[in-house]
Write a protein that binds this ligand. Structure first.
Ligand code: NAP
Length: 260
C-alpha cells in the first residue's frame, strides 16, 4: 500500500533503539525524511546511517535528552521548516511501590511522559493547522488501559497525556490534523530484555525461562516486534488514517483482557 507520505518530514523522538527506531524505519520505508533523537550520540548516528543506507531518505540527528527544553528546541530547529509528522517517545519511569514515590518522582515522570510530548505538540500543531495536514503519534503504554501496579509513575503520567490528547485531538481534527496514541504491550526491545533479566534474578530462573513465562501470559504467545509496531505508526501517519482521531490503539498480542 502506498501510504501517501513520501517527501513528508517527521520528528521521531527517542528513536535510536526499540519502538522509536521501529517507527523511524517504517516512516523511512514510506519515503519520509527524518529528524531522529536520542541521548546517546553514537547509537543514534548508527541508527540514522542504517536508515539512510537502507531507504535513501534524508536523516538528521539531534542528540540530547528530550525532556530538556534545549534538546526540544534543537530538534525543532533541525527541521528547518515544516514538521508534518511528530512521533513522541521517551524512556519510561522506573518501577516501584506506591509508598516509594515522592513529589519529585512524579514531577520527573510527568515531565518525561506527559509534559514533554505536550510541549512538542504545542510547538508543531500551529504549522500543521496552517498547512491543513499533520499527524501526531504518541507512544504510551498498554498500562493506560489496564494499570501495571508497579509502574504507578508511568500509569499516572500516561493517563494525563491520554486525557490531553482526548480533548486536543478533537479540537484540531477539523484542520486535517490527527493525534492518536499507540499503546505497546511487551515488545522485544532492550527494555523488555532488562525486565526479563530482573525477573530471572528475582525468581532464580534463566532469562530464557523468564521470557517464556511472560510470553505464556500473552494470547499471541510471543513478544511484539519493533517492525510490527513501526508499521502501525506509519499507517497512522499515512494519508489513509485521516479519519482516525483521538484513539488509543493497543498493540499487545491480546494481553489486555477486555471486550472493547
Ligand atoms: P528502549 O528499547 O529502551 O529504547 C528507548 C529509546 O529511547 C532509545 O533510543 C533511548 O536512547 C531513547 N531515550 C530514552 N530516554 C530518552 C530521553 N529522555 N531523551 C531522548 N531519548 C531517550 O525502550 P522501548 O522498549 O522502545 O520503550 C519506548 C517507550 O515505550 C518507553 O516509554 C517504554 O516505557 C514504553 N513501553 C515499552 C514497552 C515494551 O515492551 N518495549 C511496553 C510498554 C511501554 P538513549 O538511551 O541513548 O537516550
Amino acid at each position: 500500500m502506498d501510504l501517501g507520505i513520501a517527501g513528508r518530514t517527521a520528528i521521531v523522538c527517542a528513536s535510536s533503539k526499540g519502538l522509536g527506531l521501529g517507527c523511524a524505519r517504517a516512516l523511512a520505508g514510506a519515503g519520509v525524511d527524518l529528524v531522529m533523537n536520542a541521548r546517546g550520540a553514537d547509537a543514534l548516528e548508527a541508527a540514522a546511517e542504517e536508515i539512510r543506507a537502507g531507504f535513501g531518505v534524508s536523516v538528521t540527528t539531534v542528540a540530547g535528552d528530550i525532556t530538556e527544553p534545549r534538546s526540544r528546541a534543537a530538534l525543532l530547529d533541525a527541521v528547518g521548516g515544516q514538521v508534518d509528522i511528530l512521533v513522541n517517545n521517551a524512556g519510561g519511569p522506573p518501577p516501584g511501590l506506591w509508598s516509594d514515590w515522592e513529589r519529585e518522582d512524579f514531577i520527573k515522570a510527568l515531565d518525561a511522559n506527559m509534559l514533554t510530548p505536550i510541549s512538542l505538540m504545542k510547538a508543531v500543531l500551529p504549522g500543521m493547522i496552517a498547512q491543513r495536514w499533520g499527524r501526531v503519534i504518541n507512544i504510551t503504554s498498554q498500562s493506560v488501559k489496564a494499570p501495571i501496579p508497579q509502574l504507578g509513575l508511568s500509569n499516572s503520567a500516561r493517563a494525563g497525556l491520554t486525557g490531553y490528547v482526548a480533548g486536543t485531538s478533537r479540537q484540531v481534527a477539523e484542520h486535517g490534523v490527527t493525534i492518536n496514541n499507540l499503546l505497546p504491550g511487551i515488545h522485544a526491545t532492550a527494555r523488555a530484555q532488562s525486565l526479563d533479566e530482573a525477573d530471572s534474578s528475582a525468581q532464580g530462573i534463566s532469562i530464557h525461562d523468564a521470557r517464556s513465562r511472560r510470553e505464556e501470559k500473552i494470547p499471541a504467545r510471543r513478544y511484539g516486534t519493533i517492525d510490527e509496531f513501526g508499521a502501525a505508526c506509519a499507517f497512522l501517519a499515512s494519508t489513509h488514517a485521516g479519519f482516525i482521531v483521538g484513539q488509543n490503539i493497543l498493540l499487545d498480542g491480546g494481553a489486555t483482557n477486555a471486550t472493547i
